[in-house]
Design a protein around this ligand. Structure first.
Ligand code: NBG
Length: 823
């Protein structure tokens, strides 16, 4: 921050004042949490002026705005990031130092805003950062869950979940904007009338329940450009306009019900990643935030425009997966029933406004709502969905006469279910996948019929991540070093990081690079010691797999391989083995049994291996509790090896892979998702690739021909590892503890296919490639080149690039320059 905007002495005084006003304490008496609040309010004060100036500039320019609709925003902590983007981090650290306050300690007081599960939610958060940094008008729209992603504890090796009460100390950065509250209605019946004067159809919802949606705004600070965008998350309140009389009339019950409905709707984030649970409350959440956001969007538009038929010229709606796709019929409803447009006019606006991003081909993630539930909860919306479907089916019949398979594949309502993805594709003007391979699979397999019928809608937008959080904030040593070598242009233009490529041949430079990695490993080792009580050797290879726990991500492959290494070391103590620390971090959805069994297995293997003195510390296994954005920043900075080992075709993109790469950890992975593009950028010689290709996987899935039992019977070392799941080795003698995992690999006792994720098939190839990793690491010259080349080649994977592509191909926004709001 430039001195004209930031005065150290004023800052210090304000912090002291805030401590006094908020807590009636002096700074010496205040708890760290209280200082965190006081500092945050001081920073918010600085942000507010820019926030006002930004919104004023958008208004003056009447700029087109993207509404990024998402059930999830996995923001992490705000304070450090806001300071970074205000370019005030170092000055604030200094100011606090002068008050004997350590900024790191203060940052650690902030709970993560964990309003998301994994990659999908974190992508939304990175997009918010990039939009603001690139001067684009944007709203993020979501839900202010009272409880975010659960807190994970490991007890006796098992995951336990406790509620994440992230708002308990208050959220200093948010603003409640009660004046923009909106009513959202559920259920009831629809009465139909004809307007006597105009002859138009009128639909009246009766006997409904409703809640009031209250927006809370969080500032999204752009990097060094005075822009402050808004993340608008909605809270729910009961509408209590009943009179005391109504109690006498027996309406008390209804009032309490409304109260409960409001509480329930925003209570908690569903903790499923890549999995659809089909719960009624989830559909309520979706409609709740969509209806409120669209009402607010239209109200804002109408303040300055009088023809709603031009709405698409000023707004564009990006639907982050199918979760927000009820936006399509809700926008139709608002345009027809409230704004009085004809169906054709409303459709014209809606289909030019909505765009859809697909994030997965996993069939269990596809949202399909039972018709009876959908129609009961959203009666008017269901009528509109039926009409969208009816008109679309007419179109299909005209284009493909007699081909009922097309209707089976593409209609919205089928088999008594409402298929949300189909509605999004039919109504949206753009459909994108999140990595090249993923988009190709959508076009050629999953969404083939749609692609054949409307190829012009399909496009790819390879994901990206923000270097401001995952390098500038998370890895200060490396970011200072890079800036020192090539200047700070990379902070807003990551392609410039390529300028360190020529330095890769300088041995001294590489030594510096590895020294930084080593320092970051020491920092992580300390975190592990403090949080897990395990000593790890920062000189060992830090081999890391952190992500949600899911069978397709194959944490099971990783741990089976570790069991195999352990057997080898025990049997041949003489073979040379480079010490390795295997680091895991993963949350399992509370009801996902095999995922939870995998966590227990990892921890049990850790228990045995870490306490076996005979292996001389050659192997260590650490399961980091409560993996989340804030500790992820430490983990990426310290990793030597990035495990990206999903079954090819299953990981739509991955974004953790990019964060590792940026921080100088090569990928050990399959040719899946964005790994393919990472290898394109960094070169095969700087990555460790193994396993079936996506074509091979799809081929097996479609035509059969894979028999894991054959592999099991013919590979005795692998057989031994698999048998160890059942012989009690890692189960304190309990033979049933991992039986679900065991059966999932070998038979169809509780899964559709034996080894559906090709773990046994890829095992040998993985083990061989792990050997290559070890050999490469031993040669520290070549390893430092590999590591540094990963950082140097990561330029493509900034979310700034991704956002520029969305803007150019889909959103068509213009940059708005904002003068500073200070002075
Ligand atoms: C996830 C994919 C990831 C991808 C993120 C962000 C869902 C439904 N999909 O591979 O599994 O990186 O989305 O696009 O959570």
């Amino acid at each position: 921050m430039h001195s004209r905007r930031f005065d150290k002495e004023t800052f210090k005084e304000t912090v002291k004042d805030n401590v006094k006003v908020l807590y009636r304490k002096t700074i010496e008496e205040a708890e760290p949490q209280q200082i965190f609040q006081a500092v945050s309010y001081t920073v918010k004060d600085i942000i507010i002026d820019d926030w006002l100036a930004t919104q004023e500039e958008y208004r003056k320019r009447d700029a087109k705005t993207v509404y990024y609709m998402s059930m999830e925003f996995l923001m992490g902590r705000a304070l450090g990031n806001n300071l970074i983007n205000l370019t005030a981090y170092k000055e604030v650290r200094e100011a606090l130092n002068e008050m004997n306050i350590d900024l790191n300690v203060i940052e650690d007081q902030e709970p993560d805003a964990a309003l998301g599960n994994g990659g999908l939610g974190r992508l939304a958060a990175c997009f918010m950062d990039s939009l603001a940094t690139l001067n684009y008008p944007a709203y993020g729209c979501g839900i202010r869950y009272r409880y975010g992603m659960f807190k994970q504890k490991i007890e006796n090796g098992y995951q336990t979940e406790t509620p994440d009460n992230w708002l308990k100390d208050g959220n200093p950065f948010e603003l409640c904007r009660a004046e923009y509250a909106k009513e959202v209605r559920f259920g009831g019946t629809i009465r139909f009338e004809k307007d006597g004067e105009t002859g138009k159809d009128i639909f009246i919802q009766e006997n409904y329940e409703s809640v009031r949606a209250i927006p809370y705004d969080m500032p999204i600070v752009g990097y060094g450009n005075n822009v402050v965008n808004t993340l608008r998350i909605w809270d729910a309140e009961a509408i209590t306009n009943f009179s005391l009389e109504s109690f006498d009339r027996g309406d008390y019950h209804k009032a309490v019900e409304q109260e409960n409905l409001a509480k329930m709707i925003v209570d908690v984030l569903y903790p499923n990643d890549n999995h659809y649970a089909g719960k009624e409350l989830r559909l309520k959440q979706q409609y709740f935030f969509i209806s409120a956001s669209l009402q607010a969007m239209i109200a804002k538009y109408k303040k300055r425009h009088n023809d709603i038929r031009d709405l698409h010229k000023k707004v564009v709606i990006q639907m982050n997966d199918t979760h927000p796709t009820v936006a399509v019929p809700e926008l139709m409803r608002l345009l027809i029933d409230v704004e009085g447009l004809t169906w054709e006019e409303a459709w014209d606006v809606t289909s030019r406004t909505c765009a859809y991003t697909n994030h997965t081909i996993m069939s269990e993630a596809l949202e399909k709502w039972p018709v009876d539930l959908f129609a009961r909860l959203l009666p008017r919306i269901f009528q509109i969905v039926q009409e969208i479907d009816r008109r679309f089916i007419d179109e299909v019949r005209t284009k493909y006469p007699g081909d009922e398979n097309k209707i089976k594949a593409m209609s919205v309502i089928w088999d008594n279910q409402v298929r949300m993805a189909n509605m999004a594709i039919i109504a949206g003007f753009s459909v994108n996948g999140v990595a090249n391979l993923h988009t190709e699979i959508l076009k050629n397999q999953e969404l083939k019929e749609f692609y054949d019928m409307m190829p012009e809608k399909f496009n790819n937008k390879t994901n990206g991540i923000t270097q401001r959080r995952f390098l500038l904030h998370g890895n200060t040593l490396l970011s200072d070093w890079i800036t020192n070598k090539i200047g700070d242009g990379w902070i807003t233009d990551l392609s410039k990081i390529g300028n360190i490529k020529p330095l890769v041949n300088d041995e001294q430079v590489r030594r510096e690079f590895m020294q930084i990695k080593y320092q970051n490993k020491i920092r992580l080792a300390k975190y592990i010691k403090d949080n897990n009580g395990i000593e790890v050797d920062p000189k060992s290879i830090f081999d890391v797999q952190v992500k949600r726990l899911h069978e397709y991500k194959r944490q099971l492959l990783n741990i089976l391989h570790i069991m195999y290494l352990y057997n080898q070391i025990k049997e041949h103590p003489e073979i040379s083995f480079y010490p390795r620390t295997f680091i895991f971090g993963a949350k399992a959805a509370a009801g996902y049994l095999r995922a939870k069994e995998t966590i227990k297995l990892i921890n049990s293997v850790a228990q045995v291996v870490n306490n076996d003195r005979s292996i001389n510390g050659k192997l260590k296994i650490v399961f980091i509790e409560d993996y989340r954005v804030s500790n992820a920043e430490l983990i990426f900075a310290a990793a030597d090896v990035s495990e990206q080992i999903s079954t090819a075709s299953k990981e739509a993109s991955g974004t953790g892979n990019m964060k590792f790469m940026l921080n100088g950890a090569p990928t050990l992975g399959t040719m899946d998702g964005a790994n393919v593009e990472i290898v394109e950028e960094v070169g095969l010689e700087n990555a460790f690739i193994f396993g079936l290709s996506s074509e091979e996987v799809i081929q097996f899935e479609q035509n059969g021909g894979y028999n894991p039992v054959e592999i099991y019977l013919n590979d005795w070392e692998l057989k031994r590892v698999v048998d160890q799941l059942m012989d009690g080795t890692y189960a304190e003698g309990n033979h049933d503890m991992y039986k679900n995992l065991y059966h999932s690999l070998l038979d169809t006792q509780n899964t559709d296919r034996a080894d559906a994720y090709f773990i046994l098939k890829d095992f040998r190839s993985y083990a061989e490639t792990q050997k290559k990793v070890e050999a490469a690491y031993r040669d520290s010259h070549s390893w430092s080149k590999i590591a540094m080349m990963n950082t140097a080649c990561s330029g493509k994977f900034t979310s700034d690039r991704t956002i520029e592509e969305y803007v150019k191909d889909i959103w068509k926004l213009e940059k708005v320059e904002v003068p500073t709001g200070q002075e």
